[in-house]
Design a protein around this ligand. Sequence first.
Ligand code: AMP
Length: 302
Amino acid sequence: MAILVVGSMAYDTIETPRERRVRQLGGAATYFALAAGREAGVRVVAVVGEDFLPADLELLASHGVDLEGVERAAGRSFHWSGRYRADFNERDTLATELGVFAGFRPRVPAGWTASEYLFLANIHPSLQAEVLAAVARPRLVVLDTMNLWIETRRADLLAVLPRVDVLLVNDSEARQLSGELGLAAAAAAIKRLGPARVVIKKGEHGALLFGRTSVLAVPGLLLPAVVDPTGAGDSFAGGFLASLAAAAADRDSDDAPFRAAMLAGTVTASFVPEDFSVGGLLRRTPGEVAIRLARLTDMMVP
Ligand code: AMP
């Protein structure tokens, strides 16, 4: 079953307490697609500029990602620049240069309008709404967003949320969107805005699922070394949705496949901080995935 994602394909300039890297391959759709893996059959709707390297498109294609919905437009690709604080859990955005995303109108190829799973990655909520409108009857719609849109495009975001099944946000975004300080109250308030399920990511501390009838807390996998956590959230989403698609879950399923998907998302995301850009994701092997899943499960049992 196919997963359609709309989101950024980007170059990122990253500053960590140790190092600075300029114009690395990044973007929410890039991380998501590589994280979901070949079996998931990911279809990307995005735009890149004239500066986007053919080798980067080839990298995605060689991992089974379908790029028919990626438009190449005149201008520069999306560029994001961020600086991590000493503990890696907080980062400051230094620059967001929309480039070709500024005039982007998403075009969903005709053969993709029956895509079963939809990931509306972090972009302008009215672009998310356009893609949602172009897909006939998805089995499941998952949306990610960020403080920028919660602050500046709140009405657009609130308009799309009633059609979303799972909202994926981090803890500060959940508080900001809901106006609540506690995460349980924040999740309950977000459910009243539309999504039946809410996933709240807490960086290295793990993630919470507020399901229909249950709550699950998954710890983060403790990594020996953190190099650059950029993309961990989008990669969590890739692992999460790939697991749901493999289980043929839909919005009416009970919480069980969503709970399993939380573990898959956590394991997938754990590869990202080990290197800059998509390096950690590309080094992932089925054997190491299995080892980490066992370790994660072991961390959760008494
Ligand atoms: P994450 O670390 O998972 O939250 O995602 C980081 C990725 O999101 C980076 O590769 C950025 O290129 C991308 N990104 C950052 N800000 C935005 C934005 N305003 N719109 C779209 N993508 C963004």
